[in-house]
Design a protein. Sequence first.
Length: 328
Amino acid sequence: MIRGKKPRISKPRSDYFDGLPDDIVVSILTKLSSSASCPADFVSVLMTCRRLNRLGLNPLVLSSAGPETLAVRAGSWSEFAHRFLKQCVTAGSNEACYILGMIRFYCLKDRESGASLMAKAAMRSHAEALYSLAVIQFNGSGGDKKDKDLRAGVALCARAAALGHTNAIRELGHCLQDGYGVPQNVAEGRRILIQANAREFALLLRVASLAQTHPDILSSGSGTGHPLLSDFGCGLAPREAHPASRFLTEWFGSWKSDPGLRMCSYSGCGRPETRSCEFRRCSACSAVNYCSRGCQAQDWRVRHGAVCTPMLEHAYDHDDVADRRAEI
């Protein structure tokens, strides 16, 4: 040491994260929870430190959780996953109410609790929950055949259709056209079916426009593309199924499936029967079965329309087949 000079003491490096107010961190975590592409993106942040774990469990953050943040895999189902979904439900997340409701109703066979959770989401205008409750009413799921309530199903479909749910719009159109749970109105039913196809086509055109700048989304070919654009020579990948449907597909596609009960034949659905012969079979080939008209229409365009040859050969005449295709 040189006499007359004080020793230089190094100052500790400041931690900018510790200096951030809690409100800003909660805002960042809220954005992350609503836009994460998988649960791991969100959970890994919570495990970083105690402060992030504490703020990540803030009700504001959990209530904003998006469907992919809550996309629990059936193979990873555990008490921890169940508890996390319940925390999100308590915080007020509509997506958590719907996903946990579907899991409890179909997988855990807790019908009352599952339906109650879906109803909670439906009362907050969650379109998927409204449509799922409509399917339950149409099929009398969880009860006997006499428990079907067609009028309630139509009312729920109408609410989901008003929110823009394409399958609900299509289901409502078929109900009006056939007089199923509502006074028959063929003209109005056909108009609504055209509206459903137009909405779907408009959505696909927007995706196709995006694909011009991202060519990996759009692929050439036919048969594996999207139902509508494939008719025009474009093979667009089908829309991603909702996380609740993916969970059901994985759960009932494994050893957990019940013998004697069938799954909806549309691959993007995942709903199983809750009693024997609950779902309706294809009237032509009897090889597939569907929980709803919406799933029938989707599967017809994606897969079944190309293999249901009995319908084309001897189940209907040519005009009837063309008319049926137009309705679907």
